[in-house]
Design a protein around this ligand. Structure first.
Ligand code: SAH
Length: 254
């Protein structure tokens, strides 16, 4: 008997942001596969097995899930946020494409989740209201020169820019370089949002400007949104400002 695999997005952290379909799919699984901290978010269920792994072992984890499904298990592979955004769904399809031919017959579904950028944007208003680009700053899986090329194009194109994976202990300097590159194209007053651990108990949201953006303020659990030339701030007395990008845009390119 062939089993099945669902690649499930858990959202940014808060249980209320797990979709009903994700909850149903997790409840129906015989086996859960994923990065240990993501599995730790889920309630223990009698009879359900957990296969926790390291964050860097995506392809190995995907193959493990496929082996389990080939044995007839109902496997849920979990990701934070949305599983298709810098996450497990692509690793799963790569494993299927390059793996055993029988794996192509396994029933695979992707269950979407609330990606960190959507939860972060919602916290401050509507910064992603117009055209935006999403870039992972991690150079673990691509050369840094490609990151720079894409940042340059996004900055020159006056896109709102969302940065995933902005910094980690092993990558302390990249974000400063990214801010400097973008500052060559944008006003120093451009709004910048640091959204740390959105929807989790230690959530912290800082709204600042490109001139004042401090790279040391970001870590592995931070997402950054840099406004376009149209992104605006609505200041409120004693409370955090709203940030939004209007639905209309003018040609602001040089
Ligand atoms: N699939 C995930 C992204 C995984 S990449 C999603 O759709 O959200 C990991 C990066 O996502 C982190 O380095 C951070 O930049 C961002 N991230 C994930 N969860 C977050 C949260 N709760 N708050 C802020 N950023 C988060």
């Amino acid at each position: 008997m062939t089993g099945r695999i669902a690649i499930v997005g858990l959202g940014p952290g808060a249980p209320e942001l797990v979709t009903p379909l994700a909850s149903e799919t997790l409840a129906a699984a015989t086996d859960l596969v994923g990065y240990a901290p993501y599995l730790a978010r889920l309630p223990e269920r009698v009879g359900q097995r957990r296969h926790a792994s390291d964050n860097r072992e995506e392809l190995a984890r995907a193959r493990q899930a496929l082996e389990l499904a080939a044995e007839g298990k109902a496997v849920a592979v979990v990701s934070s946020g949305d599983p298709g955004v810098f996450a497990m769904a692509s690793a799963m399809f790569e494993a299927i494409e390059t793996g055993k031919s029988a794996w192509k017959d396994i029933d695979v579904t992707v269950v979407p989740g609330v990606s960190a950028m959507l939860a972060a944007a919602a916290r401050v208003g509507a910064p992603l209201g117009h055209d935006f680009c999403v870039i992972s700053l991690s150079d673990n899986l691509k050369p840094w020169d490609l990151v720079l090329k894409r940042l340059e194009a996004a900055a020159a194109g006056d896109f709102i820019i969302v940065l995933y994976n902005p910094a980690s202990k092993a990558r302390p300097w990249q974000l400063g370089d990214a801010f400097r590159l973008i500052a060559r194209h944008r006003a120093s007053s451009t709004p910048v949002i640091f959204a740390h651990a959105v929807s989790q108990p230690d959530e912290r949201i800082d709204i600042t400007t490109l001139a004042d953006a401090d790279p040391a303020n970001a870590d592995m659990r931070t997402l950054i949104i840099i406004g376009s030339s149209a992104t605006k701030l609505i200041a409120k007395d004693g409370r955090p400002a709203f940030v939004y990008t209007p639905r209309h845009a003018e040609l602001a390119l040089p």
